[in-house]
Design a protein around this ligand. Structure first.
Ligand SMILES: [Zn+2]
Length: 320
């Protein structure tokens, strides 16, 4: 039986509903805007989340647009859209974290029903949205201080059937790069939790720096419609451009000290291992540390803030 509701939000065949869905046990109340669109014909269930990071606007805007535009009469199966997940952070324009417990929601999957607010939210999403879905797409982009080139990530699990279905979702989304994250990659992410449950999933990243830009919205909407067609939930053939370039891992570099950051590369540049990518300087402008790329490959994201704290990410490089 495919999932056809989210929490108490349910739809009859051929119906679209929307409403606020409250996460149990969180005070002050944490409610998320959600849509359930149930096709007239039975079929798979696609779960979509946006706004786990509250200022990644193109993903959030596309989630709502998709949910309003898909015609239940033309849909097979059920589309469930939850966005923004980080609703307490949305009007606060929170970066990375949520304002209730200060955690990065995308480091707390699969969550904990007895944990802090973010852990309860991710437990609720894991049990009430991702479990029982046939596929899951989590919409992101560069955060307020991140330049970014569009890419999708899926988790490699070693289960050939699951990995090929996740890779097919990522390919259908048709962004510039597809990164197959190795098994030891970042725990706590949405797509990792889904993969552990056997649900093929991707994180789709388009947009940057807190800009609500229509080109990135278009990239997300094309990707989402492609996924619906790929799953046989909508008629038609996915609109694919150039084939996404393959990447095999993600190499991040962090600030060793609190300093000012002066990169000399941009998101989308391809760098060589050991190449100078910039410099950290103190507040007087004196050099503190030369920064050399830890790997060769495209710069998938780049922090564009002058101020960085010790431990902050500086750059993420996709390794072919
Ligand atoms: Zn994000």
């Amino acid at each position: 039986m495919n999932r056809t509701q989210f929490g108490a939000l349910a739809a009859e065949p051929g119906q679209r509903t929307h409403g606020w869905v409250r996460v149990p046990g969180v005070e002050p109340p944490w409610e998320m805007p959600a849509f359930v669109i149930r096709g007239r014909q039975p079929g798979p269930t696609l779960a979509v989340t946006g706004g786990i990071h509250a200022a990644e606007y193109p993903g959030i805007a596309s989630a709502t647009r998709l949910a309003r535009e898909v015609d239940p009469a033309a849909l097979r199966g059920t589309l469930i859209v939850v966005s923004p997940v980080n609703s307490p952070g949305f009007y606060e324009r929170s970066m990375y974290t949520n304002p209730v417990d200060g955690k990065n929601i995308n480091r707390t999957f699969p969550g904990d029903p007895a944990g802090s607010a973010a852990q309860r939210v991710t437990h609720f999403l894991t049990t009430e949205l991702i479990t029982g879905a046939d596929a899951y797409v989590d919409l992101h982009g560069g955060d307020l201080i991140e330049g970014l080139v569009p890419f999708a990530i899926y988790q490699q699990t070693g289960r050939a059937d699951l990995d090929s279905r996740a890779q097919a979702l990522a390919d259908a989304y048709a962004l510039d790069y597809v990164l197959a994250a190795p098994a030891e990659a970042l725990r706590g992410t949405s797509y990792n939790a889904a993969a552990m449950l056997g649900v093929p999933a991707i994180i789709a990243e388009a947009g940057q720096q807190g800009i609500y830009d229509q080109d990135s919205v278009k990239r997300h909407l094309t990707g989402l419609r492609n996924v619906l067609m790929h799953l046989g939930m909508l008629e038609g053939r996915p609109a694919t451009g150039a084939r996404s370039k393959r990447l095999s891992r993600f190499e991040w570099m962090y600030a060793d000290v609190t300093a000012t950051y002066h990169p000399v590369v941009a998101a989308g540049d391809v760098v060589a291992k050991g190449q100078t990518i910039g410099e950290l300087r103190d507040i007087f402008g004196d050099p503190v540390q030369a920064l050399r790329s830890p790997a060769g490959g495209p710069v998938l994201f780049l922090v564009t803030a002058l101020a960085v704290k010790k431990g902050d990410p500086l750059i993420g490089i996709g390794v072919p």
